[in-house]
Write a protein that binds this ligand. Structure first.
Ligand code: PMP
Length: 408
């Protein structure tokens, strides 16, 4: 037997040891392969609006390039961008932040990453309301923290229960991360629903709050959006309010996110960013200023389109035997239960023993890609992104219904 020479001496860092490639990416890879084979796959996995960036934002970017705004900027956002963000917080959220209480990074994701890197030491805990955006737990781990999941039951509208939160708090808890409206469930908190959670935090002054408001503008049926630091001003001095232009203005590729919070935290976050990416793209910052300060009617039009799509999907899913779907208040996802299908078999005899098995059957047998709830920490469910055309959605839900009829 010959001993093979090692082809690489690469050794991954300990801190990424527990972090795998996400199941979502794996499903995406299978969907892409099937597409290449010529199958008419409808992918309902996207975490981004299908609409285009508004023209006035694109034009501002072109003008910025022509005007030579192509150099490094102030590390965590230009003076003009910070002013636009401050004005946005004041206008839309009733929150007043000074320039040194505002930070901008390459997407809300970088802002969250900066905050964890700036505040977590080994052993520090971050409470996550499950199911949650898959990245949260790994972002905590990369910063040497420990994610602590608190399950949010469907009976409670997939919202965090205040008593469950209180039980999860330990002396090591540094943050509660709350995302409303939520990826993946679409659940949003009204003021009355948020209040008991903030009351718990008031009793535990060592716990900070990260409010991920990225889906703020995608909230339906006239429900008012509420953010924690505005509802409970006494918590503002330990809250980071995170937002960005990705979802509201269909600007995912531009990579601009921002946060408002206490200046000590904001300064520490700038240190992290200074040694990783430096400033977000100068051109993207110009586009973000235009999006935040320009006409806002696009938000209303798109919200109406998303609400129509949501209703189409929720009605169709609830008509399927074995599937039930709660009406989400916001974002562009439905989180439907497939509990009624578990234990059934496909025509070739394969047992549907999990939401992942169901999603595999949908993809491989019926050309629809959705994401199993197990990826987000609450099973058996599947997440469907309705950030695509009504025509695509109608076809997709027909395929899902047909797939379910085949199970026995
Ligand atoms: N938070 C949540 C809940 C998200 O779903 C996403 C994007 N999928 C982000 C933050 C990050 O958005 P971005 O970095 O594009 O601003």
């Amino acid at each position: 037997m010959t001993v093979q020479a090692p082809t690489s001496t690469f050794r991954p860092a300990q801190r990424i040891g527990a972090i795998g490639v996400s199941e979502i990416l794996k499903i995406g890879a299978v969907a892409q392969r099937l597409k290449r084979e010529g199958r008419p796959v409808i992918v309902l996995g996207a975490g981004e609006p299908d609409f285009d960036t508004p023209d006035h934002a694109k034009d501002a970017a072109v003008r910025a390039i022509r005007a030579g705004q192509t150099k490094y900027t102030i590390l965590d956002g230009t003076v003009e961008l910070k002013a636009a963000i401050a004005e946005k917080f004041r206008r839309e959220n009733d929150l007043v932040y000074a320039a040194d209480e505002i930070t901008a990074g390459a997407g809300a994701k970088q802002v969250i990453h900066n905050a964890f890197m700036a505040s977590l030491s080994p052993g520090d805990e971050v409470i996550l309301a499950a199911p949650y955006w898959t990245s949260y737990a790994d972002m905590v781990r990369i910063a040497d923290g420990t994610p602590v999941d608190v399950p949010c039951r469907e009976e409670n509208g997939f919202r965090l229960d205040a008593a469950d939160l209180e039980r999860a708090i330990t002396p090591k808890t540094r943050w509660l991360l709350l995302n409303s409206p939520s990826n993946p469930t679409g659940a949003a908190y009204s003021a009355a629903q948020l209040r008991p959670i903030l009351d718990v935090l008031k009793r535990h002054p060592h716990v900070w709050l990260m409010a991920d408001d990225i889906y703020e503008h995608l909230i339906y049926d006239g429900m008012p959006f509420v953010t924690a630091a505005a509802l409970e001003p006494s918590l503002k001095s330990r809250t980071l309010t995170v937002n960005g232009v990705s979802k509201a203005y269909a600007m995912t590729g531009w990579r601009v996110g921002y946060g408002g919070g206490p200046r000590e935290l904001i300064a520490a976050m700038a240190v992290v960013q200074s040694q990783s990416t430096t400033n977000p793209s100068s051109v993207s910052q110009a586009a973000a200023i235009a999006a935040l300060t320009g006409p806002q009617d696009v938000l209303i039009e798109r919200r109406a389109a998303f609400q129509r799509r949501r209703d189409i999907v929720v009605d169709a899913l609830n008509a399927i035997d074995g599937v039930t779907c709660r009406l989400p208040e916001g974002a562009f996802y439905t989180y439907a239960s497939c509990a009624g299908l578990i234990g059934r078999r496909t025509p070739d005899g394969t047992l549907i023993d999990s939401d992942a098995a169901f999603c595999r059957f949908l993809l491989e047998g019926h050309d629809v890609a959705v994401v199993p709830g197990s990826c987000f920490g609450l099973a058996p469910y599947f997440r469907l992104s309705y950030a695509t055309s009504e025509q695509n959605l109608r076809e997709a839900v027909m395929r899902i219904a047909k797939a379910c009829r085949e199970l026995s």
